[in-house]
Design a protein around this ligand. Structure first.
Ligand SMILES: [Zn+2]
Length: 354
């Protein structure tokens, strides 16, 4: 049996939901990851430091109920940057432990109807984030544009922000295009004398899927997410970035569970529940591209360094059991129904354990 022991990973982009769903899905993240950056697009949204403190307490309580290794899990809190966010809200949130603000342009994904229409009106907020050392996480798509082009069109705004706020650390979340990968690499040359301030998260599923896996032959709602998976050449660029050892690219799973009936219907929700298989899928991808030696940095070092956090102390072990590969369940039962995880019904070569 081959095995690989690596530093306990961090997930720098996850949707942990609320209520029963939170308790159902949290163990998939908290049993493996040391920390996770928790997205604020809940209902109601996380808009202030006080909201974040309340949500963090709920998550920690759920982690205690999940038991064992989940108890050590540390949620990293964010607030949602909306049109009504003020510089004062930023300072107050930072003082309460919030490390990032997440910006969703209006209407671009789940619960983003309150997003800002134009970024210029938020410049005083970005200015304050820069001076407070708070990271700006960007859902980098322009609403209203043809869906395959939304990310690429957003890159103009990314370049502008990187020039106007050269010390504001920004993360272009869940990149899906070769153009986005290139834009993130290019930003290091925009402001001479300033170390690059733009990084990107990459999801496990975007390292595997193309649009064909969503709508090519059959409609596969459990592969539908935003930004939508793109062309094979885009997917290949993401794989090259993730396995390159470039510290500007690190793991954010964007694990986003929805109940099965919310996915398999006439107007299905966007989101892939990849947390239960995230490390296993990454091990496969990195192994297939002869880059297993780069996996630990991608999952456990680059993100923490970008956010200025210490590396996790613990470790996880990826095993490749010869006789009993990991059979991913068809469905995961939850209080209110069931969720279909990424790679449901398939067998994976690797298995990750704490
Ligand atoms: Zn997300």
């Amino acid at each position: 049996m081959t095995s690989l022991r690596i530093r306990r990973p961090d997930d720098f982009h996850v949707h942990l939901r609320q209520g029963d769903m939170l308790r159902d899905v949290l163990p998939s993240t908290a049993m493996i990851f040391g920390r996770a950056l928790v997205m604020p697009n809940t209902l109601p949204p996380v808009l202030t430091g006080d909201d974040a403190v309340r949500y963090e307490r709920t998550i920690r309580d759920a982690a205690v109920m999940a038991g064992a290794s989940a108890v050590d899990f540390q949620p990293l809190m964010t607030i949602k940057i909306v049109a009504s966010t003020t510089p004062e809200i930023i300072t107050e949130a930072k003082a309460k432990g919030v490390i990032a603000g997440k910006l969703y342009p209006e209407g671009v994904t789940t619960n983003s109807e309150d997003g800002p229409k134009n970024l210029r009106s938020l410049f005083p907020v970005f200015e304050r984030m820069q001076s407070e050392g708070m990271v700006l996480c960007l859902h980098g798509e322009v609403p209203g544009v043809f869906c395959m082009d939304r990310e690429e069109v957003f890159l103009h705004s990314l370049r502008d922000l990187a020039v106007i706020f050269p010390r504001l650390r920004m993360v272009l979340e869940h990149v899906t295009t070769a153009a986005a990968v290139q834009a993130v690499m290019d930003t290091s040359f925009l402001s001479p004398g300033v170390p690059g301030n733009v990084a990107a998260t990459i999801t496990p599923h975007h390292l595997l899927l193309t649009l064909d896996d969503v709508v090519g032959d059959k409609l596969r709602p459990h592969h539908f997410c935003k930004p939508i998976a793109k062309k094979p050449s885009d997917r290949d660029a993401l794989v090259r970035a993730a396995t390159s050892g470039n510290p500007r690219f690190f793991l954010g799973t964007d694990s986003a569970p929805h109940a099965r009936d919310q996915k398999e219907c006439a107007s299905g929700c966007a989101g892939v529940f990849c947390a239960p298989v995230a490390m296993e899928v990454l091990a496969e991808v990195f192994e297939d591209h002869h880059a297993l030696d780069k996996l630990e940095a991608f999952t456990s070092e680059f993100g923490a360094r970008f956010y200025g956090l210490p590396l996790n102390e613990g470790h996880v072990t990826l095993m490749k059991p010869k006789d009993s590969p990991y059979a991913v369940p068809e469905r995961i039962h939850i209080v209110d129904g069931e969720i279909v995880p990424f790679r449901a019904g398939e067998t994976l070569r690797w298995l990750c354990e704490v």
